[in-house]
Structure formats: structure tokens, C-alpha cells
Ligand binder design. Structure first.
Ligand SMILES: Cc1cc2nc3c(=O)[nH]c(=O)nc-3n(C[C@H](O)[C@H](O)[C@H](O)COP(=O)(O)OP(=O)(O)OC[C@H]3O[C@@H](n4cnc5c(N)ncnc54)[C@H](O)[C@@H]3O)c2cc1C
Length: 458
């Protein structure tokens, strides 16, 4: 199955520091000739790859590149004629109107749309799958660009495969295809909704894996160092490192994953206007990965450790996720969410001691989930937000008295869901839970999704 020219050129061969103007990068996309046919499907519904007989790294029989091979269109994506309801573009089903909503279906359109809005000095909301966004009921005043670019290309690299995916592709469809074909690396991330381009934004992770473990590089359009729309401009946007910081607004560069500051649910791009991810390149291997997550190992009958073929891992992950309402499904109200609403709190030593005392005062001598925060945060401790929420009295199905428009999922304590309410209802519930956990256990929870046009403080 694996054929084609090793060492083929393309975005993956241009690593950090190779700054080039947007136009040349687009030529790279257009000229690559190895983009697989795009696949069009509803988000969350993993389908088979469209064309049997597609060969990795080979010429496809029905090439349909993400960016047409002709001249670069001069026109940016047109703003919508009528306001678009953002609720129709988020998995929460929440969010008011956007007067200026553009859909970019090619890299050219995306670059044009973003650079023209940025040149006008206006704010800009980028939206892809809308599965990690809480948008104000009042909507947004700034332009919105929906990222709907398509294309996947795979090139052998020794025994591995380097897979470059356009930002707007459905990430789970990519996972489905490569897992089915026996490639390891992303199978643990099965069922995470949304786009490929958003995976580095918060370093998506699940079942003991993170995209950082397989991310090779990203191609980005450099923008500016400011907070994203609706996010209070904090003095907290640190200077980005390396090539991104050196690039001028409007330039397209390729950054190695190591320059993205990927950590638990964060990166240097999250919540900022620094850059648009145009494509991601991931490294897949033929070596099955060790299953480290206890619940998953049990589901696979691997309690003693070991690995399983990627497709088997994928099926087990999807089954576990479905049981928790963590596979987006418009028919399942428990998935009208952004997945986990709160991140697992990471506490410095002294704060962990305070929390420990509060937990014992409230619950007596209990054992509770408590892990080292990881190499990026030596000495710090990570607690389980779900455990704290549940023990603070907010179990599955919880909602505020007389306010059933937003509730804790019936399947998972960490997911807050929209049950026909508003963004205001959702945030009221979220604040109530945050404050309850804080009062009971002296631990402050922080939201995982990006909040647009609303604040969570107070
Ligand atoms: C049911 C459910 C389960 C989930 N489970 C998980 C999970 O297990 N693990 C996990 O990590 N997440 C999970 N999530 C959250 C979400 O799926 C991920 O964060 C996903 O990567 C968001 O992708 P998106 O395309 O929907 O991004 P959006 O929601 O459209 O955007 C999110 C943010 O990224 C920015 N952005 C999007 N694309 C780009 C781009 N190309 N360039 C620059 N900025 C961009 C947006 O401006 C916004 O700030 C879950 C969500 C749901 C609804």
C-alpha cells in the first residue's frame, strides 16, 4: 500500500526558520499534486475514506487538490449577505449572530480573508468545528472566518509516514482512516470532534495521549501578538519564541512542534491572534503504542501492559467515549457541550497541601486522584476536576433549581451541556460549580473552552 517517492517536497520539508511569503507557500500547496481527495462529511461521523485505491504518496486517480492548480483567486471569501447565527456553528448550539461571516474553503481564501481583516485593524474570530467555543448570546461584532479547507497528503519517511492535513479537515476522519490502515500514533485521540488545525491550539489529548506526541510541524500564517476576540487583553501574551516571533504579519512559515509550547491543554497560540494554523503534519508509525491509560487497558484486556493494533484501540476508545457522551452526536443531548468544561487543576506544592487539608476536612480520610503535573511543571500536582465536582455535590444531571436550560451531562460530570438554554444559563451553572468546588476544596477551576464575548470572572 505504501508507495511513492520518499523525500518528496512540500510543506513538511520546510522547517523552522524558513520564512517565506504567503504566495510561495500557496504554490507549494497547489503544486504538491499529492493531496488526497477531500472528504466531506458531518462533523463527528467518522466515515470510510472516499476512494479505495488511493496510494500513500502516490498520484491519486481523481486528484482534487485542496487549492486549485489554477491561478490564485484574487477575491477573498465573500462576507455573508445576512447575519449568521453562531449557534449553528458550535457543538453547544449556543451563540448569537455574526454580521460578517466568511467561509474559507481553500488556503488562498483563508489567507486572503485573514490578512484583509487584519489589515483593516478589526478583531477576528476564527472558527472551525466550533467544538471548543462558548459564544455570547449577543453574538460577535467582529468578522468571523470559518476554516473549511480540505486536503490530506501522506509521504513516507523511512518506515514512518508524515501526514499533512489541511486545517479544516475533520480530525477524527483522519484518525479513522489511518487507524484502519494500521498506522499508529493518533488512535488514542479517536472521537475528539473538530478540525485538524485546532488540534495544536490546546494540544488536544485523551486516554493518555496528546497530539504533541506525534505532531511534527505546523504551517501557519503569522498575524499579531494580541489576545483573541472577546478575551480580555491581558498583559499575559508572552513573546513567542523562535521563528514565529521573527516572522512578519502576513508571512507563512513552517514551525516544528517544539516551538509551539505545547503543554496540558495549552500552546502559545491558544486564546491569541498570533497565527492561523493552515495545516498540521503528524508522524505515524507501524509500531503499535503502549496503552498507558488504565480504563482503556482494561477495556482491551491489557491490564498487564502491552499494546494493540490501532484499529482495535480506536474502537475501544470510541466505545468508552460514547458511554461518557464524549463523541459528538447531534441526537445525543449529552454531547451538546465542549467536552470537558473545566481543565484538571494543576496546583503548586503549597496549594496542593491546602487542597489536601480541605479535602480531608470535607470528606475524611479519602484517597483521591492525584498525579504529578508532568515534566513541564516539576513539583506541581494535577487533580481530577471531575472528582472534585462530583464530591462537591454536582453529580451527573445537576442543574440549578428551576433552571434546566444548562445541566451537567447525564453521562459525565465534567461536561456541561446546553439543554435549550442560553450562554448566560451555561455560564451561571459553570460559575456555580466553580464556586462550590472552591468553597469545599479550596481549588479554583478554570474553563477549558475559549470564551468569546463573555467573561467567566465574578
Ligand atoms: C463531545 C466533545 C468531546 C471533546 N473531547 C475532547 C477531548 O477528549 N480532548 C480535547 O483535547 N478536546 C476535546 N474536546 C474539545 C474540542 O473538540 C477540541 O478542542 C478541538 O480541537 C476543537 O476543534 P475545533 O475545530 O472545533 O475548534 P473551534 O472550537 O472551532 O476553535 C477553538 C479555538 O481554536 C481556534 N482555532 C481553530 N482552528 C484554528 C486554526 N486553524 N488556526 C488558529 N486558531 C484556530 C479558534 O479561534 C478558537 O479559539 C471535545 C469537544 C466535544 C464537543
Amino acid at each position: 500500500m505504501l508507495r511513492g517517492a520518499p523525500g518528496a517536497t512540500g510543506p513538511i520539508s520546510n522547517l523552522a526558520g524558513r520564512v517565506r511569503p504567503a504566495q510561495r507557500a500557496l504554490t507549494t500547496f497547489r503544486g504538491a499534486g499529492r493531496w488526497w481527495p477531500p472528504f466531506h462529511q458531518e462533523m463527528g461521523a467518522a466515515q470510510a475514506w472516499p476512494s479505495p485505491g488511493v496510494e500513500y504518496g502516490g498520484t491519486v486517480s481523481d486528484p482534487k487538490p485542496a487549492v486549485p492548480a489554477g491561478p490564485v483567486p484574487a477575491e477573498p471569501a465573500e462576507p455573508s449577505a445576512a447575519p449568521v447565527l453562531l449557534a449553528d456553528h458550535t457543538t453547544f448550539g449556543l451563540g448569537g449572530p455574526a454580521a460578517d461571516f466568511r467561509t474559507a474553503t481553500s488556503v488562498t481564501e483563508l489567507v486572503e480573508a485573514v490578512t484583509s481583516v487584519d489589515a483593516a485593524g478589526a478583531g477576528l474570530l476564527l472558527i472551525a468545528g466550533g467544538s471548543n467555543l462558548v459564544v455570547a448570546d449577543a453574538g460577535v461584532a467582529c468578522p468571523v472566518v470559518k476554516i473549511a479547507t480540505r486536503g490530506v497528503r501522506a509521504v513516507p519517511d523511512g518506515d514512518d509516514l508524515l501526514v499533512t492535513v489541511a486545517a479544516g479537515e475533520n480530525f477524527d476522519a483522519v484518525v479513522a482512516q489511518f487507524s484502519a490502515d494500521g498506522w499508529s500514533g493518533i488512535e488514542f485521540l479517536s472521537g475528539i470532534p473538530g478540525s485538524a488545525g485546532a488540534t495544536p491550539i490546546q494540544n488536544v489529548g485523551a486516554y493518555g495521549a496528546e497530539i504533541s506526541q506525534v505532531l511534527h510541524s505546523v504551517e501557519v500564517l503569522r498575524r499579531r501578538d494580541s489576545a483573541g476576540p472577546g478575551i480580555p487583553a491581558a498583559p499575559g501574551i508572552p513573546a513567542g519564541p523562535g521563528a514565529l516571533q521573527a516572522a512578519r504579519p502576513g508571512e507563512v512559515i513552517t514551525l516544528p512542534a517544539a516551538e509551539l509550547g505545547l503543554a496540558y491543554r495549552s500552546s502559545i497560540l491558544r486564546g491569541t491572534d498570533r497565527a492561523v494554523v493552515l495545516s498540521v503534519t503528524i508522524r505515524l508509525t507501524r509500531r503499535p503504542n503502549t496503552v498507558r491509560y488504565g480504563e482503556l487497558a482494561t477495556a482491551l484486556g491489557l491490564d498487564g501492559g502491552g499494546s494493540a493494533p490501532p484499529q482495535q484501540v480506536r474502537e475501544a476508545v470510541l466505545a468508552l467515549r460514547r458511554g461518557k457522551g464524549m463523541v459528538w452526536d447531534p441526537a445525543d443531548p449529552d454531547t451538546r457541550s465542549a467536552g470537558s468544561f473545566f481543565t484538571n487543576p494543576i496546583l503548586a506544592d503549597e496549594d496542593a497541601a491546602v487542597a489536601d487539608q480541605a479535602i480531608r476536612a470535607a470528606l475524611g480520610e479519602v484517597t483521591y486522584p492525584r498525579y504529578p503535573a508532568g515534566p513541564g511543571d516539576p513539583g506541581a500536582v494535577k487533580l481530577s476536576a471531575a472528582w472534585l465536582i462530583e464530591r462537591a455535590g454536582f453529580g451527573k444531571g445537576f442543574h440549578l433549581p428551576g433552571r434546566s436550560g444548562a445541566q451537567v451531562s447525564d453521562k459525565h460530570t465534567l461536561a456541561l451541556t446546553n439543554r435549550g438554554g442560553t450562554t448566560a444559563d451555561l455560564l451561571e451553572l459553570a460559575r456555580h460549580i466553580r464556586d462550590g468546588v472552591d468553597r469545599t476544596f479550596a481549588v479554583r477551576l478554570h474553563p477549558e473552552p475559549i470564551l468569546v464575548g463573555v467573561t467567566f470572572d465574578g
